[in-house]
Design a binder for this molecule. Sequence first.
Ligand SMILES: *Cc1c(COP(=O)(O)O)cnc(C)c1O
Length: 422
Amino acid sequence: MASSAELYARAVELIPGGVNSPVRAMGSIGRDPIFIERGQGCHVHDVDGNRYVDWVCSWGPLILGHADPEVVSAVSEAASRGTSFGAPTEGEVELAAEVVDRFASVEMMRMTSSGTEASMSALRLARAVTGRERIIKFAGAYHGHVDGLLAEAGSGLATAGVPASPGVPESAAASTVVVGWNDAEAVRSAVADARPAAIIAEPLPANMGVVPPEPGFLELLRELADSSGALLVLDEVISGFRVAWGGAQEALGVAADLTVMGKILGGGLPAAGYGGSRELMERVAPSGDVYQAGTLSGNPLAVAAGLTTLRRLDAAAYARLGELTDALTDALREAAEGKPVKVASQRGLVTLFFSPEPVRDFAGATACDAGAYGRFCRAMLDRGVYPPPSQFEAWFVSLAHDEEAIELTARAAAESLEEALS
Ligand SMILES: *Cc1c(COP(=O)(O)O)cnc(C)c1O
């Protein structure tokens, strides 16, 4: 088998940067990408024969870990009956029912293949319903690579240190108003000035690292949406099905008009979606006039993986995920004791910020010592632990992680922090 170095040398000739999504390139941590051969449980194996405890887990979808036997068999079984029909199947109805059961604010949903399409479609619907154009988004929030949402967008853009992307038409950028996360005054005045169609937020942001809302902030967004006639669009692509049975909306007691979902929804295959009240969702074609479609939307393999995954996520699973997250958080905090590093944590999500102060917004996140984070990551990889290769992405805890993986991570983190900060 070819080595990572050999594959990367070929890949950069054929694929921009050698990767099909920028953060995989590992440029921000100062090394070349690792090519994966396979994953099992909480481990990935690279083509060079190294094994790592994986805290990326495909950036969120793999809450059951890699190659979960039940998911693999559901996908294989679905594949044996045909991989795509361009016609509805029973599984899509079952999956929609499972989602509607979990989100109190969702009565109907529509599936797409990616979170990008889902947030784009939710905003199209919000604009159609309100007859307005402007959208308020928060600095450091990522909602996919939708043209108008690539301003101060967190995730890969933050990793690459670019505020926005060339190629976005001025008209698309002009309809987006970017406001600081957790900045109540700024969002109040933006709503008053902009008369927005929607306020879009990650209710538990995880694309600038994990930066929870301060008390009252989500309630304020709900209130401002109501008083201004805008829709509140909550992007639960990461938080949904992860931080609680009913997502961040349940965990934090706030209701969206439209919810964007993805990642866990497809159980490691491409699936995402958006949903809301029957009244709003019936505006979507063909029951309504707002067009949105997809050749592979509701793909039977993705639906099989998603349904199998969601059905495993019961109260006991969330309790266990909380336990594992707390253990990882405690271990990292202990390793970081006395160092200019802060650990942020929500169920299933952790970030190690190279910052002496807790991070409460994008400015705080971008002030972190990304160079030290890069040295830390490289040291962790040398010790068989694979953290997210970006200061601005979360560590994703799965149910396949265990105490042994956390102990190994804790030992590696203590040594790697010494190395990175000395
Ligand atoms: C990953 C992500 C998206 C985009 O989903 P893709 O499937 O990568 O297009 C949107 N919003 C949030 C919050 C995400 O984390």
